[in-house]
Design a protein around this ligand. Structure first.
Ligand code: DCP
Length: 230
């Protein structure tokens, strides 16, 4: 049947009729997504896909992430074009488990990071429009669907502290204002839901606590995250 694979009613079905589920973990920079993914990675039947940051740091020898932080007006579009490609690769990788947990998504790349560059005047409208057309084509013609978003809601201050402590070389110049801008966009998108279409239900987990407490919270939220999808 022509166009069958693009029909929403077919999107979770694979040849044997087994349902596949995709959960995306979303949140500000240094909100603790890695701790969350590490926790769920221990569960059999879950496959975890981390953000392809190593690729962004080495594109044929070029550190695009570093270039972007040095001069976002020049390199923001280049990085986000590449991120859109690498996130598309993530979403379309064949699933080997019934449940996939991903760090962020092609949706937040566009609705948070591209949006922030554009709104802050560091991405010209023409670049924004071209990336938007690409994004809309991808959403319409490929399966980048999501079944649940787990939003790790933090204060920008918490993320700032964590960033300082982890000292990733490229991120040393990140200012509090940048984390505040990303936070506001996440809140508009996932909490107020006034920004763009939200592709799935959203489960909010308050994530300002230390790592031990967060692991306890994941333990408590475990059934709510996994049960409807088993
Ligand atoms: N990034 C970006 N544009 C995107 C996605 C990410 O510029 N569309 C940047 C922000 C960070 C780096 O890539 O500098 C890594 O992003 P994350 O915040 O997703 O990864 P972390 O390792 O910080 O996650 P966490 O600390 O929550 O585990």
């Amino acid at each position: 049947m022509a166009g069958c694979s693009q029909d929403a009613s077919y999107k979770h079905l694979i040849s044997e009729g087994e349902k596949k589920t995709v959960i995306c973990v979303e949140g500000n920079i240094a909100s603790g997504k890695t701790t969350c993914l590490d926790y769920f990675a221990k569960t059999a039947s879950i496959e975890v896909l981390t953000e392809p940051v190593p690729k962004w740091r080495n594109v044929h020898g070029h550190n695009l992430l570093g270039l972007m932080y040095q001069d976002s007006s020049r390199w923001g579009i280049t990085l986000q074009t590449y991120i859109q490609l690498t996130m598309l690769e993530q979403h379309t990788k064949p699933m080997i488990s019934p449940l996939r947990m991903m760090e962020r998504s092609i949706h937040s790349a566009k609705h948070i990071f591209v949006e922030n560059l554009y709104r802050s005047g560091r991405m010209p409208k023409v670049d924004y429009v071209v990336l938007t057309e690409w994004f809309e084509w991808i959403v319409k013609n490929t399966d980048v669907s999501v079944d649940l978003i787990v939003y790790l809601q933090t204060s920008p201050e918490t993320c700032y502290e964590r960033l300082k402590n982890r000292c990733r070389e490229e991120e040393k110049i990140i200012a509090m204002e940048y984390l505040e801008a990303i936070h506001q966009l996440y809140e508009e998108w996932l909490i107020k839901q006034t920004l763009f279409r939200v592709p799935s239900p959203v489960l909010v987990i308050q994530a300002d606590n230390d790592m031990q407490k967060m692991i306890e919270k994941y333990e408590e939220s475990r059934d709510r995250i996994l049960t409807p999808y088993n």
